[in-house]
Design a protein around this ligand. Sequence first.
Ligand code: SF4
Ligand code: SF4
Length: 345
Amino acid sequence: MVELRYDPRICRECQTIDCLTKCRHLDFDLDSARQERENILQGKPSRILQDCLTCYACEEYCPYGNHPFYLLVERQEQLGWWPAPKPITKQQILMMAPKGKIVKEQVQAPVINLCYFPMLKDTIRGRLFEGCSSIVGSDIFCNIMWLHFAKNSVIKERVPKVIDTIWRYYLEPNQVREMVCFHDECFGTYTHLAPAFGMEVPFKPIHLFEFLTRRLVSLKDHIRPLGLKAAYQRPCSNRLSPETQPWVDEIFQRIGVERVEREYDGENALCCGAILRAQQREEVADDLQKRNIQDMKAAGATICVFNCPFCLFTLGEMVAQQGLMPILMSELCHFALGEGKIMGR
Ligand code: SF4
Ligand code: SF4
């Protein structure tokens, strides 16, 4: 049965309420956090339902894996709260529905899942992705973004079908057992969200950064260290798989890039602002983006590295206007392998 698995007893015995006391956007002390946690558990209204910026971070903060953010979204939907205007939400849900036009495709391992981003196809090239197949389209769209729109119901309905489509139409007929997730959203969906809702995943999801690291190891003799200072824009969906963070440092170290120390990185990362704009929280988005980019500059970064295409679309031009070059992690690896050219070098 597809239902959120969480244990209210764990929350009631929890002494620290990290999910709320660590939240960077809502101001809770321990007592108010305990009260609001209880309201959420009992399905009562809580100010969190309307003030939450849907940054996913509390999923990372809970030391017991008890899914505070998924539960919050569940309650938002049950109590009829719409973080984004109703017409926008309804239109997006319709627009991004699976089209059902799947044909069995011949693929070979490694298979790279590009989710709903056909524009990423161009990055699957060169020695880095030699021998890879890629899959893309609405029928394999991971659908996790509905967390931002208080629509767990759409996730529960669509994600099992997406998992089935990937397995039955692409992987199983070609005897492929692993799938590389280009986007953190997909990796988070299949490794974190699916088990939280009791969905079975018959394939093994691999994070893009693990794949890139493996390739860089085998291509080590071709790497030309880049000697750049990078700010890393951690995407919200990476909160669901914080264990993948060390891969960022591993990749940077292998290609001669320094990850600058800055305030808004790691657990303290800031949302790119894309979803906040969809939710019409313009002032909050302006503030987060301004602080984030100032922090990158102050730390001495000359490039801003992204993994999430949405973050790149949202912040790319803004960081460029501030003199930082925006770039996807995979493109940066191509450059280190001498394939392509970084501006001004
Ligand atoms: S979700 Fe986690 S951190 Fe929050 S109260 Fe429950 S157990 Fe504690
Ligand atoms: S999703 Fe982010 S803003 Fe919302 S309660 Fe969790 S940590 Fe706070």
